[in-house]
Every structure is written in structure tokens, then in C-alpha cells.
Write a protein that binds this ligand. Structure first.
Ligand code: FES
Length: 90
């Protein structure tokens, strides 16, 4: 199992290895409005464990170019966790 700690909620959510992080929808306070990289609602800052995430796809890179402002930001709706733990905050 992999896990994602959402700092804003003070809780950690377990997900299967290699999951798309839309898995977090409804399990934490991060909003997933479009689930398609088009709205920016799921943008988070990765505080720890970036190496445990797959590299951004071209689709995610395009969304980040629109909504992202920092190197450690990701759009969780287009982001896959490999394994291990990731800590995020929005
Ligand atoms: S849910 Fe809209 S960009 Fe991720």
C-alpha cells in the first residue's frame, strides 16, 4: 500500500500502489472538480515524497503550466503514486 498525508486535514489515506490519485476524492478535503486537469482545484504542493510519484504526463504538465506556480506542485487528478508515502498541502 501507498499513503498520502493531507496536511490540511491532519490525516493519512491509504491507496493501492500505482493508483491514480483521484482515489482521494471524497476521502479528504481536496476538491476534484473536473478530474481532467482543466480546473486546478486538485493542485497541491508536495512537501515530502515527490520521488514516490510518477513523473507528470504531458497532460499534467499542460495543466501545471496553467495553474502551477512552483516546482513542487502537482495536479492530483492526473498524478499516479508509485508506492511509499507522499505528504501534500493545498
Ligand atoms: S480536478 Fe480539475 S484539475 Fe484536477
Amino acid at each position: 500500500m501507498a499513503e498520502v498525508e493531507v496536511k490540511n486535514d491532519g490525516k493519512t489515506i491509504e491507496v493501492a500502489d500505482n493508483s491514480l490519485l483521484t482515489e482521494l476524492d471524497g476521502k479528504c478535503s481536496i476538491l476534484f472538480a473536473c478530474k481532467a486537469g482543466a480546473c486546478g482545484s486538485c493542485k497541491v504542493k508536495v512537501l515530502e515524497g515527490m520521488k514516490n510519484l510518477e513523473e507528470p504526463s504531458e497532460e499534467e504538465k499542460a495543466g501545471l503550466a496553467t495553474f502551477g506556480t512552483g516546482d513542487n506542485e502537482r495536479l492530483l487528478c492526473l498524478c499516479k503514486i508509485k508506492s511509499g508515502k507522499v505528504v501534500v498541502e493545498y
